[in-house]
Design a protein around this ligand. Structure first.
Ligand code: P6P
Length: 329
């Protein structure tokens, strides 16, 4: 079987839905384009002193943008003119991003964290873009409001991420399983490399920043101690401090990622709309689970677009076990 590039895969997927108009497929293609553009700049970040860093001029005398602002603009400009979106929410923008009046509006909404973990760029640790796509609540009303974005994650029609690592990969789901594509820079194409990804039922990795141990709820402390002394297998601690990287490794190998609420972050640190929800959509499609400690992440109705949430996400065994610990008195 020959190479399956992203466009071919999207087309074949689209044919499975008789009502598909191709609108959504174009959005996905444009997000992939943005991923390629961001990948190119992220991969040369190490020579920032030549290309110029934020607030400085590069060798051509042009003002160099911080990479996360560059990633934000790349996503917005890849999507705002295609006539398929009514609006966007980005971690880099306090307000909803409306479609400029010069462009045609559409019925979809995009949410994204343009470059999560960007503080890791300077030390050459892999980072990622996280995205989700919704339909707006009422297609007969022009524009969109904040309310359109306050839909639970189970209403997502697509969720995914691009990881800028040793290779650049696009991993996404439209509710019909999870598939991973590896960028071949020589072709400029995302090639299907991980079909129908499933997370192992249980793993041997737990990922949490143990520096905050003293701030944790006692139940979280007991849970992590239990994993450390687990009899049937030896758990390893792996924590990169880059959500997409920790998530992607655990998706492939199994285990659990924890970002608990603590005294410093009473609602947790991670964002519900464009970090927890898209990754939770993917993990459930891959056979895993994602909770905030008590409830499924995907069934939480957001109260604001930048709302934070605790996040426990990964293999069913480890997440269910955590749920038991959290429900004990
Ligand atoms: P901490 C990166 O800043 C980030 O948003 C996620 O990518 C990552 O999982 C988390 O924060 C790390 O946070 O508090 O452990 O440094």
């Amino acid at each position: 079987m020959g190479l399956i590039n992203l466009s071919r895969f999207i087309l074949e997927e689209q044919r499975k839905y008789s009502g598909a108009t191709g609108d959504f497929s174009l959005i996905l293609e444009q997000i992939a384009l943005a991923g390629k553009i961001i990948s190119k700049d992220v991969s040369k970040a190490g020579i920032a002193n030549i290309i110029g860093e934020a607030d400085s001029l590069n060798v051509f005398g042009e003002r160099q943008q911080k990479l996360d602002l560059f990633a934000h603009n790349t996503l917005v400009y890849s999507l705002d003119h295609i006539g398929k979106l009514a609006g966007m929410v980005s971690e880099e923008s306090d307000k909803i991003i409306e479609i400029p009046t010069k462009h045609v509006e559409g019925k979809y909404l995009a949410v994204f964290d343009p470059l999560d973990g960007s503080s890791n760029i300077d030390v050459n640790i892999s980072i990622g873009t996280i995205f989700g796509v919704y339909k707006k609540l009422n297609e007969n009303i022009d524009g969109c409001t904040e309310k359109d974005f306050l839909q639970p994650g189970c209403k997502l029609i697509c969720a995914g991420y691009v990881i800028y690592g040793a290779s650049t990969m696009l991993v996404y789901s439209t509710g019909n399983g999870v598939n991973g594509f590896t960028l071949d820079p020589s072709l400029g194409e995302f090639i299907l490399s991980h079909s129908n990804m499933k997370i192992p039922h249980s793993g041997s990795i737990y990922s949490v920043n143990e520096a905050y141990y003293d701030k944790w709820d006692t139940k979280i402390k007991k849970y992590v101690e239990y994993l450390k002394n687990f009899k049937e297998r030896e758990y390893k601690s792996r924590y990169i401090g880059s959500l997409v990287s920790d998530f992607h490794r655990n998706l492939l190998k199994g285990g659990i990622f924890l970002y608990p609420a603590d005294k410093k972050n009473p609602d947790g640190k991670l964002r519900l709309l464009y970090e927890a929800n898209p990754l939770s959509f993917i993990i459930e499609q891959a056979g895993g689970k994602a909770i905030d400690g008590k409830n499924d992440i995907l069934r939480k109705t957001p109260q604001s677009v930048h709302q934070r949430t605790p996040l426990f996400i990964g293999s069913p065994f480890e997440v269910e076990l955590l749920k038991e610990y959290m429900s004990t008195d």
